[in-house]
Design a binder for this molecule. Structure first.
Ligand SMILES: NC(=O)c1ccc[n+]([C@@H]2O[C@H](COP(=O)([O-])OP(=O)(O)OC[C@H]3O[C@@H](n4cnc5c(N)ncnc54)[C@H](OP(=O)(O)O)[C@@H]3O)[C@@H](O)[C@H]2O)c1
Length: 162
């Protein structure tokens, strides 16, 4: 009971801080659920989704969601999209089947790292990355090797693991 009250207090205090966040990959399976939950919780005063295409939402809950459409191959030109957010969530990703090995590296590692760097430069304090359980440099699975390298690079950009 006391724990629940504590969580509610934390939530209320957080709301009062008027934090803003961005989500990368909000059109995907994970990102969609995350966006839905973030809007339901109403924890942030500003929610921005950053993606390669504009999304359409019918529900009222989504009416204040800001959208930034970027070209991930020219991400430097879109640094403004990453400015002024307190927290970033990254649900970007592809598969070897969809993008081939090169595509997987490009999206799951390069796009994520470039985004994290721009976010950091833009003032973002926390970057939460959907990585993968089982990430291991010795894994026989290519994706799990990529993920462990990626985790280290994000730490190197000076975001803590969350
Ligand atoms: N789903 C799981 O159970 C699970 C488990 C462990 C880890 N993960 C990790 O979680 C992350 C998200 O997984 P998911 O299942 O949600 O993936 P998903 O449904 O395929 O969504 C991927 C997201 O990345 C974007 N994306 C893909 N290729 C892109 C490209 N070339 N340029 C720009 N954006 C691109 C997609 O945008 P579009 O809609 O425009 O294509 C979409 O928003 C991945 O890193 C994955 O490895 C997922």
């Amino acid at each position: 009971m006391a724990e629940l009250e504590n969580i509610q207090n934390l939530r209320e205090n957080f709301k009062k801080q008027n934090k803003s966040c961005f989500i990368l990959g909000a059109s995907g399976a994970t990102g969609k659920e995350l966006l839905k939950e973030i809007l339901k919780q109403q924890l942030f005063s500003n929610v921005t989704i950053i993606g390669r295409r504009k999304l359409t939402f019918d529900e009222v809950a989504y009416q204040n969601v800001n959208q930034q459409v970027v070209d991930f191959e020219k991400l430097d030109e879109y640094s403004a999209a990453f400015q002024g957010h307190d927290i970033g969530f990254c649900c970007l990703g592809t598969t070897k089947a969809k993008g081939g090995a090169d595509g997987l590296v490009r999206v799951d590692r390069d796009y994520v790292c470039m985004s994290a760097e721009l976010a950091k430069t833009g003032g973002c304090k926390h970057f939460l990355l959907v990585s993968s359980s089982g990430a291991d440099k010795h894994s026989i699975f290519f994706i799990l090797k990529i993920k462990v390298g990626l985790n280290l690079i994000i730490i190197w950009i000076h975001f803590c693991m969350a």
